[in-house]
Design a protein around this ligand. Sequence first.
Ligand SMILES: C[S@@+](CC[C@H](N)C(=O)[O-])C[C@H]1O[C@@H](n2cnc3c(N)ncnc32)[C@H](O)[C@@H]1O
Length: 291
Amino acid sequence: MTRTAALERISRLPVDAQANVVCENNLKYMRRLDDESMQLIVTSPPYNIGKEYERRTSLDCYIEEQAACIAQAVRVLHPSGSICWQVGNHVDNGEVFPLDIILYDLFKNHGLRLRNRIVWTFGHGLHCSKRLSGRHETILWFTKTDDYVFNLDPIRVPSKYPNKKHFKGPNKGQLSSNPLGKNPSDVWEIPNVKNNHVEKADHPCQFPVGLVERLVLGLTNEGDSVLDPYVGVGSSAIAALKHDRSAYGCDLEKKYIDTAWERIHELRAGTLRTRPMNKPVYEPPTKGCAT
Ligand SMILES: C[S@@+](CC[C@H](N)C(=O)[O-])C[C@H]1O[C@@H](n2cnc3c(N)ncnc32)[C@H](O)[C@@H]1O
């Protein structure tokens, strides 16, 4: 075998010590995973809206498929672990069906507890003419028990007034806000991955790595395992590996898995470009006001 062929083979390995990212149906893939082996399951499933990677079906059939995937996710979730299901709307004939509302009961039926419904807001998307243009999606964050991992410090964001001090009382003169920054809240403004985004790959619906990094850092510890059962081009795997967690994921489309592996290799080579997790959203300068 030539050196190039050998290298090509290595770069196509579906599994290595930290990354297990393969082209496979998620039910088949998850059935092989051990009970309670994953600390975080973070994903964005198809919305049943006819994207290139999905076959549009009835809403009932879609919910049944989601229920089967969620049941496996709950089985492999560690007792101190979290599930984050990132969804938008299913749309049928102009009518909007918010998937977080529709899927909520599927998680509750397994006894999971909702910790936050995070609103992810972004500036770009379709311009609607018969309803308001959609500029947010949500992440349902559930835990399996009340004893769950939550690390606030690594995901704090800069305070608006970091030098503000208590002006009376026993702490007068001392800083009133945490010097490490503030809680990022349950509304996250992070640009979505459109054509001019540094992370844009050959996938119509990637989520930004920074969005997943916040969940990985907040809800897992180093060395933990993170699973994405609809991994696409590997954004969650990148977020996990970037912070020394193990990445598990699968997707039905081989071309997405090939891209996921290319991105993993670029990450390891130090050449992958991702948008920094807490980079503020660009605000165009305001014009001076005439008084
Ligand atoms: C919304 S996309 C996820 C994109 C991903 N978050 C990323 O950043 O690349 C949903 C993905 O689920 C995959 N998919 C759909 N049904 C699947 C199944 N039964 N098993 C595995 N993957 C599936 C699709 O091919 C698609 O890439």
